[in-house]
Unconditional design. Structure first.
Length: 429
């Protein structure tokens, strides 16, 4: 009994005598029994129903100890184990009969699936992942009831100790990729990891790249499809977003609705999506190249129309395009940061007023307003945000090349873009 009190006293000191550390001691079976747990992360009702109430009903100590061991996550622990880690992990420690038992009673928060808010689907499933790791694994197993699915648990973050789960189908997964992933996970040296994007950056740390190689998704149906294709799904506790790897360019251009629509509808949507990709990527640079260097490639009527709309603009087309593109980027960023109640209204009104005023003041041409609208709308047709952000970034080097070399610079930039995206190995060499 004295050793148990010393253990509890040492545990209090290790946890800085925090106010939410509960030490509940009482006498039963002619001896003192102590329960130690953190009240803010533990489920008090579960402690009461699974530990305290059965204690009052048991007539013999041996029967109660048998009940403790029969609990699903209960186990007897050794005197030299790390009690602090067990407490922080949501366990209640039961000190009884010179023995110590741990029982996991972690309070589950945000374990109800909600509707997907980032990757929308018209005909597909509407529910997204939750912020609870085990609930997310259950969602995947429900949609993919295969005995070949392997689940491996790890921890990342030296301070956060964030739990992650690696899911893969042993029949389809590439074990070289799996070993490389485990190797990179073991090398992660970060204090706190709370989001999928953080883990993505940690896995690709030291590699200079613009286009994503790991897909971040909130949809269980997309994760299941990736599992069936031999990819690895990485679930993170505390976030509704998961990682699917490895990913290629075509994965980022596919929507889950492509699987649920008819064949020709799917093909039409793919054509529209890739056409929008070309528009958002090339149209600003093409406008600069044509107006500043190569107007002869257009029909004379269209050339004169563009020249007439730019007659009052006092600076070259490059500055005109940069001004409007940066205005669009600011509107997009503002729409993300503003509260949902006023965000859409504020950005829509701001965009309309800005465009109208800039055109009337002859700071930009009316053709440029049309180009800006096309570019902004086209960028939002890319299904995965990570690729959408990458395309927005690559747009500016192409604009710079077009402003210096005209169409020749634009063609050279496109060639480099195709090499990086579709032939990455040749680009490295």
């Amino acid at each position: 009994m004295r050793r148990q009190k010393e253990k509890i006293h040492n545990l209090k000191q290790e946890l800085q005598d925090t106010s939410d550390l509960i030490v509940h001691s009482f006498e039963y079976f002619n001896q003192e029994i102590s329960l130690v747990y953190l009240q803010d992360i533990c489920d008090a009702e579960k402690i009461k129903s699974d530990i305290i109430q059965p204690l009052m009903m048991c007539e013999r100590e041996s029967k109660y100890l048998l009940h403790l061991l029969s609990l699903t996550t209960s186990k007897e622990i050794q005197q030299n184990e790390d009690f602090q880690s067990l407490i922080l992990d949501g366990n209640v420690l039961v000190f009884i009969s010179n023995s110590i038992y741990s029982y996991k009673v972690l309070r589950i928060v945000n374990n109800n699936p909600e509707e997907a808010t980032v990757e929308m689907s018209v005909q597909g499933p509407q529910k997204a992942f939750t912020q609870d790791l085990h609930t997310n694994i259950a969602l995947i197993r429900k949609r993919y009831p295969s005995n070949k699915v392997m689940v491996e648990y790890q921890e990342v973050g030296t301070l956060s100790k964030t739990k992650i789960a690696l899911l893969y189908d042993v029949d389809y997964a590439d074990f070289k990729v799996l070993e490389e992933l485990k190797k990179r996970l073991s090398k992660i040296d970060m204090d706190v990891i709370q989001a999928a994007g953080q883990l993505d950056n940690a896995l690709t740390k030291g590699k200079i790249h613009l286009f994503p190689t790991i897909m971040i998704t909130e949809r269980p149906d997309r994760a299941v499809i990736n599992l069936s294709q031999g990819k690895i799904v990485l679930l993170i506790d505390g976030t509704p977003f998961t990682l699917c790897l490895p990913a290629i360019f075509f994965d980022f251009m596919s929507s889950m609705d492509d699987m649920y629509h008819a064949f020709w509808v799917k093909k039409l949507m793919l054509v529209v999506r890739y056409a929008a990709l070309l528009i958002t990527l090339l149209l600003p640079a093409l406008y600069i190249a044509i107006t500043s260097f190569n107007p002869e490639i257009l029909r004379s009527q269209l050339t004169l129309t563009i020249a007439g709309s730019r007659a009052g603009v006092p600076y070259p087309s490059f500055y005109e395009v940069i001004f409007m593109m940066l205005a669009v980027e600011m509107l997009i960023e503002a729409s993300i940061r503003l509260p949902k109640a006023i965000g859409p209204t504020a950005t829509t009104v701001g965009g309309l007023i800005l465009g109208q005023a800039a055109q009337q003041a002859e700071l930009v041409s009316s053709i440029m307003i049309i180009v800006t609208a096309f570019v902004a709308i086209s960028n939002f047709t890319i299904p995965i945000n990570a690729m959408s952000f990458a395309i927005r970034c690559i747009r500016y080097p192409l604009m710079l090349l077009a402003s210096i070399f005209g169409l020749v610079g634009l063609v050279g930039g496109i060639n480099e873009f195709v090499t990086v995206v579709f032939l990455p190995d040749q680009h490295v060499r």
